[in-house]
Each structure stands twice: as structure tokens, then as C-alpha cells.
Design a binder for this molecule. Structure first.
Ligand SMILES: *[C@@H]1O[C@H](CO)[C@@H](O)[C@H](O)[C@H]1NC(C)=O
Ligand SMILES: *[C@@H]1O[C@H](CO)[C@@H](O)[C@H](O)[C@H]1NC(C)=O
Ligand SMILES: *[C@@H]1O[C@H](CO)[C@@H](O)[C@H](O)[C@H]1NC(C)=O
Ligand SMILES: *[C@@H]1O[C@H](CO)[C@@H](O)[C@H](O)[C@H]1NC(C)=O
Length: 392
């Protein structure tokens, strides 16, 4: 019942500006906005004012962040980071993710508190990596590059454009690292892997393009990203079966295998990895929100108001209702779901519900329950702090 209401409201609010799938585009801006990888200066100002005013939920979220960054750990960069599937082998992979998130956390703590020790720690970590790392190899290299590249881009933007005292030659070295180490493995996405891979790889390339002011990489990655979105979240209006991803057959057998053996496509918001688990499903939703947020800040297409917004909204509501306790019907994934959606709802929920005013009861309920959202150890971090009710 509630869900029907959501769909009804969506059809009122979003489609009046919704572009058809095929025509979705968000070209690189003619003038880059900085800081502008997922967080803008006005959003930072908003967070700072809320934290200084000791207001919730920002204060609790900020205190949780400070817990994570209180030990100024020594970064452990590897020259070649080797990441096999499911972390086997793991030569510098987990530590690279941990270091990059620590740098990002310190950058946020600096931007909010103005305490230079945090800025210096973020700079120390970024410089350690940019002076050491030469590449990633083994099967998970593109995925790892996506996760870490996205976090680096956000960290670099925050530190570079907040008068943190990052020397020019270090900035240049960091840009070279993004361009030579992370961009080549991410900018073209992937035509032979699940949705969350291609979406986070292209997310990273798009966010790194902001730091590098690289229109060509933005446009290439954005092209693949926007093509992948409709193949990630199903809408009944797509027809009997979901849209095939690049490189995938659109035969029903191939679609079923690709969607983890789901045979029934009956509701708006089913996602390619739903029958795998909601954790990996949630990664895809996080990437959609991260890219839409960045595109909005850069002043190109407001993707939330397009078909991407409609799909993200339905994806979030559909999965959240089961995490919130709705019984899983027998037609869906054989009647069983792994309900680990993770701390991925804040950015999309803020944009669609708080800013655009769409009713999202299930996502709202889950988001409030999970606050403050911490980090997922990969590429989603501190989003209650950065995006709760943040319309700036
Ligand atoms: C990185 O790992 C250390 C040691 O396990 C942990 O204490 C810290 O919280 C982690 N950092 C982040 C940002 O998660
Ligand atoms: C990755 O690079 C390391 C260091 O050069 C090397 O020892 C390892 O064999 C490489 N792994 C693969 C799968 O290429
Ligand atoms: C991306 O794809 C284009 C076109 O297929 C190709 O020219 C380019 O070399 C690729 N870039 C990378 C970094 O692999
Ligand atoms: C899908 O079903 C096929 C045939 O029963 C099986 O081989 C395959 O492992 C299943 N795939 C998944 C992701 O469960």
C-alpha cells in the first residue's frame, strides 16, 4: 500500500522532467566547481554550522567520525597493490582502503573543525600514497581502484580547496597518481562484471575527473555509467525482463542467470544483485547517489530528476521495505533475501526526499534507524554527517 503511494508520487514529481533512458546525458561542465566531488563548499558550511550548534544528527555523526580518526595511524602504501577476488591474495588492499578512508575522515574533520592536525594527517596519507604506488593487479584491481579512487578524489578536493596548506608539488603528484594509477583501470567501466563494479569504477573516474578537470574522462565514464543504470534497477515499464547490460545477451535465459537466477520481474526497484545480497545491491545505489550528487554540484544535468532518480528511488524503497521487516514474498529470490543493505541510503534519501520532496517512507525509516551512518570499509563513509538534511 505504502509502496503504491510512492510509485504514484514519483509519477507525479519526477517524470515531468524525466528524460528517456536513451537520451540521458550529463556532459562535463564548462566551468568546474571546487570543492565539487560529492560535497560542495556550501554543504560544508552547512555541516560546520550544524556541528558547531551541537545539532543532531550531525553532532553524533561528527563524534563518531572523530573516534575513527583519533589515532593518527602511519600509512602503509604498497608499490603494487595486489587484489584477488574475495581478498585473496590481499597485498596492500585492505590497508589501502583503510588509509584512504582515514585520509577522507581527517579531511572532513579538518573542514569542519579547522584544526590543522587533521589536515596534516590527510596530507601525510595522500602524499605517502602518491609518492609510492605504481599500480594494482590481479582480478579485483578495477574494483579496488574504483573504491579507493572515489575516496581519494573526495579527499583531494576537500584538502586542495580549503586552504589546508597542501604544497603545489604534492597536489601535482597526487593528480599524477589519480591519472596514471587509478584512472586507466576505471574510466571505461567493465562489460563483463556485475553492476556494482561498473558503477563504482565509473563513479571514481567521474569524481577524479573533477580533481583533474578532465572533461574527456568525465564524458567517457559518465557515458558508461548512465548506460549501466537502467540495467541495474528494473522498472515494470522496461517490459517482461530487465534491460541487458553492455556485453550481455538480452535473451531471457541470459537475463535470469545475470540476475542471480531471479525468474520473476514483478515490481519496480528489483535490482541486478538483489538475489545475491542487499549489500552489493546497496553499493550500486551508493554510486548512483554519489554521481548524481557530483553532477548536481557541477551544474550539469540534475540526474536525480531524470530516469536515474526514478530508478534509485524505487530501488531504495524496494530493498528498504524488506530490511524494515516486510515478509519476503515467495516469488522474490525464492523467498529469502540477505538483508545487509549497509549505510548507503543518506545521499539519495537527502536528494530525493528532503530536496525534491518525494515521499520515501521505507528509506526514511531505515535511514533514521541506521544513524549515524559510519563507513563500510570500501567507499561509503560518514554520509549522515555530510548529507543528512543537507540542501545547501
Ligand atoms: C583502520 O584500521 C584501524 C585498525 O584496524 C582501525 O582502528 C581504524 O578505525 C580503521 N580506520 C577506518 C577509517 O576505518
Ligand atoms: C602483481 O605484482 C606483483 C609485484 O610486481 C607480482 O609479484 C605479482 O605476481 C603480480 N600479480 C599478478 C596476478 O600479476
Ligand atoms: C578506453 O576505451 C577507448 C575506446 O575503446 C580506448 O581508446 C582507450 O584506450 C580506453 N582507455 C583505457 C585507459 O583503457
Ligand atoms: C543459477 O542456476 C544455475 C543452474 O541451476 C546454477 O548452476 C548457478 O550456480 C546458479 N547461479 C547462482 C548465482 O546461484
Amino acid at each position: 500500500m505504502l509502496f503504491a503511494t510512492v510509485v504514484y508520487l514519483v509519477s507525479i514529481i519526477i517524470p515531468c522532467v524525466e528524460a528517456a533512458v536513451a537520451s540521458l546525458s550529463a556532459p562535463a561542465p564548462s566551468k568546474w566547481v571546487h570543492p565539487g566531488a560529492m560535497i560542495s563548499q556550501s554543504q560544508l558550511d552547512f555541516i560546520k554550522a550544524r556541528v558547531n550548534g551541537k545539532e543532531q544528527p550531525w553532532l553524533n555523526a561528527y563524534n563518531a567520525l572523530l573516534e575513527d580518526v583519533k589515532v593518527a595511524q602511519t600509512p602503509s602504501p604498497h608499490v603494487i597493490v595486489e587484489c584477488g577476488s574475495y581478498s585473496n591474495p590481499d597485498v596492500g588492499c585492505k590497508v589501502e582502503r583503510n588509509d584512504s578512508i582515514a585520509a577522507y575522515g581527517n579531511a572532513l574533520a579538518w573542514a569542519i573543525s579547522g584544526e590543522t592536525a587533521y589536515a596534516q594527517q590527510a596530507i601525510k596519507i595522500m602524499d605517502a600514497y602518491s609518492s609510492t604506488i605504481k599500480g594494482h593487479n590481479n582480478s579485483n584491481a578495477p574494483l579496488q581502484s574504483g573504491w579507493v579512487g572515489s575516496i581519494w578524489a573526495r579527499t583531494g578536493e576537500l584538502i586542495r580547496y580549503t586552504d589546508a596548506g597542501w604544497p603545489d608539488n604534492s597536489i601535482e603528484q597526487f593528480g599524477t597518481m589519480l591519472r596514471d594509477v587509478y584512472m586507466p583501470l576505471t574510466v571505461n567501466g567493465t562489460d563483463h562484471n556485475v553492476a556494482n563494479w561498473e558503477l563504482v569504477m565509473t563513479e571514481a573516474a567521474i569524481l577524479m575527473s573533477v580533481f583533474l578537470e578532465d572533461s574527456e574522462s568525465w564524458n567517457t565514464a559518465m557515458g558508461w555509467f548512465l548506460k549501466r543504470v537502467p540495467a541495474t534497477i528494473y522498472m515494470t515499464s522496461d517490459g517482461e525482463y530487465p534491460i541487458a547490460a553492455r556485453g550481455q545477451s538480452s535473451s531471457s535465459d541470459a537475463i535470469i542467470a545475470w540476475w542471480f537466477n531471479e525468474t520473476t520481474f514483478a515490481d519496480d526497484g528489483q535490482a541486478q544483485e538483489t538475489c545475491r545480497d542487499l549489500e552489493h545491491t546497496g553499493y550500486s545505489f551508493a554510486s548512483m547517489a554519489h554521481v548524481a550528487e557530483t553532477a548536481r554540484i557541477q551544474g550539469t544535468t540534475d540526474l536525480y530528476k531524470t530516469n536515474l532518480g526514478t530508478r534509485l528511488l524505487n530501488g531504495l524503497e524496494f530493498q528498504s521495505q524488506y530490511v524494515n521487516g516486510l515478509a519476503v514474498p515467495s516469488w522474490l529470490c525464492g523467498g529469502a533475501l540477505k538483508l545487509t543493505l549497509g549505510p548507503i541510503t543518506e545521499v539519495g534519501y537527502n536528494a530525493l526526499s528532503f530536496r525534491l520532496g518525494v515521499d520515501m517512507p521505507e528509506t526514511g525509516k531505515l535511514t533514521l534507524k541506521q544513524r549515524p551512518a559510519n563507513n563500510n570499509g570500501l567507499f561509503v563513509a560518514y554520509e549522515t554527517l555530510t548529507h543528512a538534511e543537507n540542501n545547501a
